[in-house]
Write a protein that binds this ligand. Structure first.
Ligand code: PLP
Ligand code: COI
Length: 339
């Protein structure tokens, strides 16, 4: 513990002291329990193992200059998990139960919340799975909700530095009327081959086009996409992308800065007109995009030549982080202080 190098953490798993769990059985959710076991036993015919009845969330807790721990937009994650549950027929976890679990697990692992100066944070990973046996393709009757935490640094190892992304038309992550809008494991399994291929070629992520027409921008692997043109913040409208809580927050911050926010389909060619582009998400925060290579059409869209983020990305990034770490007033009521 004493040896954690907080400033040089990567986005990986490190064991912490406790995780919390809650079981759904006989039509109701039970009490939250705390454990130090990092494993659990599961029936070999559990629906999460065979039919992908699994949804997760990703959120972060931050330690401020004042020593207080702040959790960002917890209610939004509770609501999105409920939406994922509806999407794959799992029982919804009530928001109060979700919040109680998050506050408990963060408090219990308080010593793993990185110090303010490190710029790192505590990643919170809620998980909900179907656990009872089923061989026919049907939802389970019993479920496990679990939350673990682990201290993390930047998702893309470059941190807040522009990285290149690739368009690869041979792969889809999610279908237009499929599960892309839910945070379910199957979407991530579907993205592994393309993601590894892109990494092997030196890209930090795949920029997906819409699966039907391959015409409009969808999202960037594990993050939403936004572009900046003049005074506009432009981000895709699509039924196959995850509604990002970071993106929603950046849209509000962009508006606060007097920018115009446009949520609409973005034809690929339009990105040629953007001054800046970025990927955004809990893990990614803002990861500015240096260049997008369309590998099928041999085209490149360049956003940063000098290795530096653009001025709007820079402004939005600092604004968001300042609210998360408590350096600026939380005027939108996004932060829950862990007492
Ligand atoms: N898109 C995908 C596919 C993601 O996995 C994530 C990460 O959660 C995001 C977007 C960003 O969402 P959020 O800002 O809520 O973390
Ligand atoms: C997040 O940003 O929280 C994510 O879940 C992205 C990725 C690690 C799956």
């Amino acid at each position: 513990m004493e040896s954690i190098d907080w400033s040089n953490l990567s986005f990986g798993y490190m064991p912490t002291d406790y995780n919390v769990r809650c079981i759904y059985k006989d039509g109701k959710w039970g009490d939250i329990t705390v454990t130090n076991s990092q494993t659990f036993e599961i029936h070999m015919a559990a629906t999460c193992l065979h039919y992908g009845q699994e949804a997760f969330e990703g959120m972060k807790a931050f330690r401020g200059k004042d020593g207080k721990i702040r959790i960002f937009r917890m209610d939004e994650n509770a609501a999105r998990l409920q939406s994922s549950c509806r999407g794959i027929m799992m029982p919804e976890l009530p928001t109060e139960k979700f919040n109680e679990a998050i506050l408990t697990v963060v408090k219990k692992n308080e010593r793993f919340v990185p110090p303010y100066e490190s710029g790192a944070s505590l990643y919170i990973r809620p998980l909900l799975i179907g656990t009872s046996a089923q061989v026919g393709v049907k939802p389970a009757k019993e479920y496990l909700f679990l939350v673990f935490v682990t201290p993390v640094g930047p998702y893309f190892k470059e941190g807040f530095k522009p990285t290149p992304m690739a368009i690869l038309r041979q792969y889809d992550r999610a279908a237009p009327l499929g599960t892309g809008r839910y945070k379910v494991g199957g979407n991530y399994a579907a993205s592994l081959v393309a993601g590894e291929k892109a990494h092997d070629m030196g890209y930090s992520a795949v920029l997906y086009l819409d699966a039907k027409e391959k015409k409009y921008i969808d999202e960037c692997g594990p993050a939403n996409f936004f572009g900046i043109r003049g005074n506009s913040y432009i981000t895709p409208k699509s039924t196959s992308i995850l509604p990002s809580i970071t993106n929603k927050s950046l849209m509000q911050l962009a508006e606060d800065l007097g920018m115009t926010v446009e949520v609409r389909q973005i034809p690929e060619e339009e990105i040629a007109t953007f001054d800046e582009a970025g990927a955004c998400g809990t893990a990614a925060v803002i990861s500015p995009i240096a260049r997008i290579d369309d590998l099928d059409e041999n085209k490149s869209y360049i956003f940063s030549k000098d290795g530096k983020p653009g001025p709007i990305c820079e402004k939005l990034y600092h604004k968001l982080r300042a609210i998360q770490y408590g350096d600026e007033p939380d005027t939108h009521n996004w932060v829950t202080i862990v007492e």
